[in-house]
Write a protein that binds this ligand. Structure first.
Ligand code: PSU
Ligand code: MN
Length: 306
């Protein structure tokens, strides 16, 4: 697979110099937000990483290459393609590599490419998980087995309440994935700070977190880590607004028979419409917040492992 990997000159230089790099995913650009907010957000997220001392590496599949580090024109291309871009998880990688369609990587595929490039720290909005009703549908995101196997720390605002958060946490526990709350004892539910579920461990500083990552991977314990970073209070929508929109959106998805990889983008779009854009504004703020924290931790982590 390394033959297919193309790292941008800036990211390559930073990695060779053991400087902090933060991976960023691209499904959030193509399928997670509408154009042009998606492109604007992706560029602001890169800027947030830079302002906090790290080099951003947005990850995607373009023109038959696994890419780590995109320029503004390439990010714009993905943003404009929107849902015409392929949503790429682990199973899709070989097929999208061998065709012309641009591929936007999910958390799972971004982790694979980040690890291959030598990037350990990755910021996104929310991870996929076990869907509500999974006992019947068996809909479990490929993000979860990837977290079990691939050694990358994923900074997120928890898992969305479109998922069964309790079952998602059970899966992660079974597969040995630590779920760490950054300055929180409670696992956040993406748009909202509370879910009713606790985290496994709480850390209060980037340095403390970097040290735990160093020890985990240094000890040969392979696999991912989930760092749950709550949306800042000032940007948190009312719980009832989100919950009501989520219930309605899930009902519509069921009625329309939407399944598989289409579900998450469908629900995000619906919830955006139902909340009059409030969920989109929250989504943007929480991604920025995760990018800032991931960059701070990347700075401490590179210093710790040198
Ligand atoms: N959550 C969001 N926005 C997103 C996603 C999740 O708020 O764009 C995307 C991520 O790329 C995640 C993927 O990895 O959805 C999970 O999709 P699925 O459930 O089909 O595995
Ligand atoms: Mn699924």
């Amino acid at each position: 697979m390394e033959n297919y990997l193309e790292i941008s000159p800036e990211v390559k230089r930073a990695l060779a110099a053991h400087e902090p790099v933060v991976a960023l995913e691209s499904t959030i650009i193509s399928h997670g937000m509408p154009y042009p907010d998606n492109v604007e957000t992706a560029l602001r997220v890169e800027q947030a990483v830079r302002s906090n001392g790290a080099v951003p590496a947005t990850i995607a599949i373009l023109d038959g290459k696994l890419r780590a580090g995109l320029n503004e024109a390439e990010i714009t291309r993905l943003g404009k393609a929107g849902r015409k871009a392929a949503k790429v998880s682990r199973r899709d990688i070989p097929f999208v590599l061998s065709c012309k369609v641009p591929g936007a990587t999910t958390v799972a595929a971004t982790m694979i490419i980040a690890e291959m490039a030598g990037i350990r720290i990755f910021a996104t909005g929310g991870i996929g998980g076990v869907h509500r009703g999974a006992a019947e549908t068996m809909d479990i995101s490929a993000d979860l087995p990837e977290l079990a196997n691939t050694s990358v720390a994923v900074f997120c605002a928890g898992a969305k309440s479109i998922l069964d958060i309790g079952l998602t946490l059970e899966y992660l526990e079974t597969h040995g994935v630590p779920v760490i709350g950054f300055q929180t004892d409670e696992f956040p539910a993406f748009y909202t700070r509370r879910s009713g579920f606790g985290v496994d461990y709480r850390v209060d500083s980037p340095a403390e977190l970097a040290q735990a990552l160093k020890v985990k991977w240094g000890a040969g314990l392979k696999g991912g880590v989930v760092i749950a970073n709550s949306i800042p209070e000032a940007h948190e929508p009312a719980f009832a607004t989100i919950e009501k929109a989520t219930e309605t959106a899930i009902g519509e998805a069921r009625a329309l028979g939407i399944r598989g990889k289409e579900i998450t983008p469908f629900l995000l779009k619906k919830i955006g419409e139902l909340t009059g854009g409030e969920s989109l504004r929250a989504n943007i703020e929480l991604v920025l917040n995760n990018a800032r924290l991931a960059a701070e931790v990347a700075v401490c982590y590179t210093a710790a492992v040198l």
